[in-house]
Design a protein around this ligand. Structure first.
Ligand code: IMP
Length: 237
């Protein structure tokens, strides 16, 4: 796990080890403040991703989407790296609402194409984010290449109590020559993860989620948050 403390904007006011227990007014405000900090925004409106992360995080957080916080605008994704895009989206929301937030960004990195399509995975064949056209372009560029090694890489940028953290999830595999399967999305029909003989598009979501790049990054996020939250006391530490 890579921790980066780019900024420390806000002190962690929710944690007070010396707080007086038993004072009901203090306890009330303490609870309100702590619950406020339990809200976690996922900077996306992708329903599938929200369901996936809700499953992983359980109920220790109130997970909010961009819709939930009434943020309507499209957040630009123009940074030159996957990390940059994830951070940009998280900072964009944090600067607007000053609440704990995370954002994700994913790319398919193909070794013999020097890491392409990478950060441009969604728009590889054009602005309309056409998955079939993206796959066709990748297959055309690869041609009969022997080296078909590739990996999906997800980066999650979390801004938690004013500090920034990055979590990476990777799944390695190969790009096959013809599409197989109807499940999933994006490049799934041409990607076979290492140790398997079926493409992601030939797996149901549960199976894909046991090994996927996104699930691995989400799991790192969950593990970080669980170490920083005491579920019994609901304290941030
Ligand atoms: P995003 O950052 O999650 O929106 O992903 C960017 C692009 O990467 C998507 O538009 C897809 O083309 C591709 N992609 C991301 N995750 C997957 C996946 O799990 N399977 C196949 N393609 C994916």
């Amino acid at each position: 796990m890579k921790h980066k403390n780019y900024r420390n904007i806000r002190p962690n006011v929710a944690y007070n080890p010396h707080r007086s227990k038993g004072n009901p007014i203090f306890e009330y405000f303490y609870t309100v403040i702590v619950q406020m900090y339990m809200e976690l925004i996922f900077a996306t409106n992708n329903g599938n991703k929200i369901r996936e992360i809700r499953n992983i995080l359980g109920d220790s957080f109130t997970l909010l989407s961009l819709d939930d916080i009434k943020m309507k605008e499209d957040i630009p994704e123009n940074e030159p790296t996957i990390e940059g895009n994830a951070l940009y989206k998280a900072r964009y929301v944090y600067d607007a609402v000053r609440k704990n937030v995370f954002a994700d960004d994913t790319g398919l990195e193909i070794e013999s194409l020097g890491g392409l399509p990478g950060v441009n995975s969604a728009r590889f064949a054009g602005e309309n984010k056409d998955s079939a056209a993206n796959i066709d372009k990748v297959l055309a560029m690869l041609g009969p290449a022997e080296n078909r090694k590739a990996r999906f890489r997800t980066v999650i940028a979390l801004i938690f109590n004013g500090r920034e953290y990055l979590f990476e999830g990777v799944v390695s595999g190969t790009i096959i020559k013809d599409k197989r399967g109807n499940e999933g999305f994006g490049y799934d029909p041409v990607f076979i993860p290492e140790g398997r003989d079926r493409t992601f598009a030939e797996m149901d979501l549960d199976e894909k989620n046991t090994i996927s790049h996104r699930a691995r990054a989400f799991e790192k996020l969950r593990s970080f948050l669980s170490q920083h939250i005491d579920p019994d006391n609901k304290e941030t530490i």
